[in-house]
Design a protein around this ligand. Structure first.
Ligand code: PMP
Length: 392
């Protein structure tokens, strides 16, 4: 049970343990509740309490808008996990990495006189991509930049086109298909979103060292509701412009959030490589889910999952089995029908590949929610696959 929880429509009761019969499995989102049991086990150690007079100021020690202590601990975490090179990077905090993706598009776009004299930057990504990048760029459409579609439509060997410079969004591991990716447009600015580059979800072959990298507490500790993300940025001017964007739009992130994340990172650090290592925990949960889902889907001739190669993880110091955050489902049947609609008929809500330009034969199924949610999902998938045998 989950005392004091927020139940979704499949569960009821004070601890969300009562199943609603025949409910639709909602696997649309990437809500990272799979880590909730970890924090239940560390309830006292991860608690934060502060009194009414505490942290009232806009400014932190030194006059900046972000906690120096949290900055130090995030750098320690990256060094300990070995997933990002931090020594030559500036660190910028924001309200989720969602705010940072827009801050970095702004920071990498033409500035000053260049805004009026040169064409806007072209923001691109390779399909299938995380659809929020396009939604943001379209919504905040500015003189400095505009959405310019997928990389497939541009020459891979040039960083410039007739209309201006590129800013390429790269997600690695990718959302939705979980592949490790690199920028494909040579010489362009890249914003590399490493939200899933933690040992829960991926092997860590080496520390990432791109010029602009995004990370998120949502997928590290599971605290999506705290709204905390950070960017590692090599160039000082780009970092200054990103920080200026944050300052102008919000005057900095919540101090309460920074205190909470500091506490969580301290707990994570103190348990690394021990019996309560959060990454070993997260990896076990996600690996087991993928294993169980694969066992069912491998019996199907109508749907298939992405293939994920195992890889050596420098953090776990062994070959890691796949433990992805999402299943990228391909419908092998009735080509003219939308895959997400077919799943919906089987009682599964997913995110259609139409949203990220992969097409209607693909759909994304989220694997990050609670164990109870995953059980409902697996039941629906099992029924779907079993129905094939009976010719339904
Ligand atoms: N980037 C990617 C690739 C994501 O999948 C998500 C969340 N689903 C985000 C960013 C958003 O993260 P945050 O909660 O930090 O805004």
């Amino acid at each position: 049970g989950r005392p004091g929880c927020e139940c979704n429509h499949c569960f009821a009761g004070p601890d969300c343990s009562v199943r609603t019969p025949n409910c639709t499995a909602d696997a649309e989102s990437g809500n990272p509740l799979f880590l909730e049991p970890y924090w239940m086990r560390h309830a006292a150690a991860s608690a934060v309490v502060f009194s009414g007079w505490h942290r009232m100021s806009y400014a932190t020690t030194g006059g900046g808008l972000q906690s120096v202590e949290l900055e130090r601990h995030i750098r320690r975490l990256h060094r300990a996990v070995g997933n990002a090179a931090v020594d030559d990077k500036h660190l910028v905090f924001a309200t989720g990495s969602t705010q940072l993706s827009n801050a970095l598009v702004y920071a990498l776009s033409p500035e000053g006189n260049a805004v009026s004299s040169s064409p806007p930057a072209s923001v691109v990504a390779t399909a299938p991509y995380y659809a929020a990048y396009k939604m943001q760029v379209d919504m905040f459409d500015a003189r400095e930049y505009r959405w310019a579609g997928t990389t497939a439509t541009w020459d891979k060997n040039t960083s410039r086109n007739s209309t201006g410079d590129f800013i390429e969004f790269v997600t690695s591991p990718n959302n939705p298909d979980t592949a490790l990716r690199k920028p494909v447009l040579g010489g362009s600015s890249a914003i590399v979103d490493h939200a899933y580059y933690w040992p829960h979800f991926s092997h860590i072959p080496e520390p990432a060292d791109e010029d602009v990298m995004l990370f998120s507490a949502s997928k590290l500790s599971g605290h999506a509701g705290s709204r905390f993300g950070w960017a590692l940025i090599r160039d000082e001017n780009v970092a200054t412009r990103a920080a200026q964007y944050i300052k102008t739009s919000t005057l900095g992130g919540s101090r309460e959030t920074q205190l909470r994340i500091l506490k969580l990172v301290k707990v994570i650090l103190s348990n690394l490589h021990g019996a309560e290592d959060i990454f070993a925990f997260g990896y076990d949960v996600m690996r087991s889910r993928w294993h169980r889902l694969n066992a069912v889907v491998s019996r199907s001739t109508r749907i298939s999952l992405q293939k994920i190669p195992p890889g050596y993880c420098t953090y776990l110091k062994r070959i890691k089995e796949p433990s992805p955050a999402y299943a990228w489902v391909k419908c092998e049947w009735e080509e003219d029908r939308d895959c997400s609609e077919m799943l919906l008929e089987a009682g599964i809500i997913s995110r259609s590949g139409v949203s990220n330009e992969a097409g209607s034969r693909y759909t994304r199924v989220g694997l990050l929610k609670t164990e109870d949610d995953f059980d409902v999902l697996l039941e629906r998938v099992t029924d779907l696959v079993n129905a094939e045998k009976h010719g339904q």
